[in-house]
Design a protein around this ligand. Structure first.
Ligand code: 13P
Length: 250
């Protein structure tokens, strides 16, 4: 049941292509310290090609921050999976809470994007997580159940196995308030149990990342939890020293 740790940087809407190149060159210089963890960086679309070119031949992989479900067509502002594959991009973050909150992403659209990513051979990093109000109303389990079930709907067990899930409590994102290791482990175990109920033993192979104010000084205890298989890092992924600090914990 050993799952390889995965540390992914979500750069969000930060870094021009030139700035992204400088950041990824900084990471490349530290590649020898990346050890056994899988490392992914997810720059904005406009920097994907530059970053993908720069990481060729290194252990660093590249991810997008979204992907559309259609193969092509009249979807102004969206990007299709084949366009990402061509770059080449290996991962796609799907259903981040910022997309759910500001851009109308629903469990249904998340599910369509996950299916399109898998069909194209991209590894989806599907995000779930409760808001503070939902946690305070004791709705955390219900929210995680609905989002996980909805996002994975209609997938085969093999497709679920190829999917990465990220648990990101919305109240911990960009706030400096990190979930305690107990809170995080409890949510991860809940998600894994649900995946087991839905898809059987592939649940043991699905990687579940924690995201939300993960930093070098709290990464170690989070990553030591039995059901936490890595991190989806926002702010701390924008600085070489901080991102490397987390990677070396993994
Ligand atoms: P922070 O690490 O900045 O809290 O962001 C987490 C996140 O949203 C990663 O997707």
């Amino acid at each position: 049941m050993s799952r390889r740790k995965l540390i992914a940087g979500n750069w969000k809407m930060n870094k021009t292509a030139a700035e992204a190149l400088s950041l990824v060159n900084g990471l490349k210089a530290e590649a020898a310290k990346m050890g056994k963890a899988d490392v992914v960086v997810c720059p904005p679309f406009t920097a994907l090609a530059t970053v993908a070119g720069a990481v060729k031949g290194t252990p660093i992989a590249v991810g997008a921050q979204n992907v559309h479900w259609a193969e092509n067509g009249a979807f102004t502002g969206e990007i299709a999976a084949a366009m990402l594959k061509e770059i080449p991009v290996a991962y796609a973050i799907i259903g981040h809470s910022e997309r759910r909150q500001y851009f109308g992403e629903t469990d249904e659209t998340v599910n369509k994007r996950v299916k399109a990513a898998l069909a194209a051979g991209l590894i989806p990093i599907m995000c779930v997580g409760e808001t503070l109000a939902q946690r305070q109303a004791n709705e955390t389990d219900a929210v995680l159940d609905r989002q996980t079930r909805g996002g994975l709907a209609g997938l085969t067990a093999d497709q679920v196995k190829a999917t990465v899930i990220a648990y990101e409590p919305v109240w911990a994102i960009g706030t400096g308030v990190v979930a305690t290791r107990e809170q995080a482990q409890e949510a991860h175990a809940f998600i894994r149990k649900l995946v087991r109920n839905l898809h059987g033993n592939v649940a043991d192979q699905v990687r579940i990342l924690y995201g939300g104010s993960m930093k070098p000084d709290n990464a170690k205890e989070l990553l030591a939890q039995p059901d936490i298989d890595g991190g989806l890092i926002g702010g701390a992924s924008l600085k070489v020293a901080d991102f490397m600090g987390i990677i070396t914990c993994a």
